[in-house]
Ligand binder design. Structure first.
Ligand SMILES: C[S@@+](CC[C@H](N)C(=O)[O-])C[C@H]1O[C@@H](n2cnc3c(N)ncnc32)[C@H](O)[C@@H]1O
Length: 269
């Protein structure tokens, strides 16, 4: 997805994304930060920060002597994150709307670069990750989270199939997601090593919970799936919703399996 489209889709998804923050994005953002382990006084770059799921815990960890620069293309999510940081008195967290691959702030190198569920949206995941790594000081830490196989990747095809009758142009099929290249411990480890990182670790996270059909639809509208239905009129949306819910029942998907991998490594000193 190009940054402009990602920003557009996730900005429009703002309200539904917020409904999923407490049960999905924030707990997983805390886990990313538990692995990246920002220390008091450190400088952190949070790429694809969304509504601040990992940037806010990072800001608490670095404390008032540190800095978190958090960047996302979706203006609405960035505004929600900035509001939460202000309410929590986290002046060290600075939120910016922009493309993380070209954002021209933060001239000084960072101790930590972290990216939760974002690298697979880059038009070229490897080139994008290398651009993020160039922001690190020698010896700095990179941490990334992505979905484990057999979880989120089961829902996306159901959401896609539900949208195709309204959007015939989607019928030529989905391109494989770059997240398929990171969806096992071994694949994520190899990818991090291919980027030249050392001290690589990959941590699996088991995270699943019941998915009520009403919640399934807010999930659709609050995530990248929304891109399939962006701009459709309400009656078409209702048809997509009905097909999506039927598809989930057929696939026996009564659980949202957001099981993940959190990987980390250091650029050499
Ligand atoms: C699935 S959300 C995750 C947000 C956040 N990291 C979290 O875990 O809650 C992915 C985010 O990546 C952002 N994104 C994707 N490509 C981007 C880019 N090139 N520059 C900035 N943001 C981008 C989207 O706008 C979206 O907010």
């Amino acid at each position: 997805m190009n940054p402009e489209t990602a920003g557009h889709v996730f900005h429009a998804a703002r309200d539904e994304f917020a409904l999923w923050s407490a049960r999905l994005w924030r707990p997983l953002g805390e886990l990313l930060t538990a692995v990246s382990r920002p220390a008091p006084g450190e400088r952190v770059f949070d790429a694809c920060c969304g509504a601040g799921a990992s940037a806010l815990p990072a800001a608490r960890a670095v404390g008032p002597g540190g800095v978190v620069d958090a960047v996302d293309a979706a203006a609405g999510l960035v505004a929600d994150a900035a509001r939460q940081a202000e309410a929590a008195g986290l002046a060290q967290a600075r939120f910016h709307t922009g493309d993380v691959l070209t954002w021209d702030g933060g001239a000084e190198p960072y101790d930590v670069v972290q990216c939760g569920y974002g690298v697979f949206f880059f038009p070229d995941m490897d080139a994008g990750a290398r651009a993020l790594l160039r922001r690190l000081r020698p010896g700095g830490r990179f941490a990334v989270s992505s979905w484990l196989a057999g979880g989120m990747d089961r829902i996306v095809p159901v959401g896609h199939a539900a949208a195709v009758p309204e959007r015939p142009e989607l019928a030529h099929g989905q391109r494989p997601s770059a997240s398929d290249r990171l969806n096992s411990e071994e694949k994520m480890r190899s990818w991090l090593l291919s980027l030249g990182l050392v001290d690589v670790e990959v941590h699996p996270v088991d995270y699943r919970f019941p998915l009520h059909p009403d919640d399934a639809w807010t999930f659709y509208l609050g995530a990248a799936l929304r891109g399939f239905v962006q701009g459709l009129p309400p009656e078409a949306l209702e048809r997509v919703r009905a097909r999506f819910e039927a598809g989930l029942r057929e696939a026996d998907l009564g659980t949202l399996d957001a099981s993940s991998l959190v990987g980390t490594g250091r650029v050499p000193s």
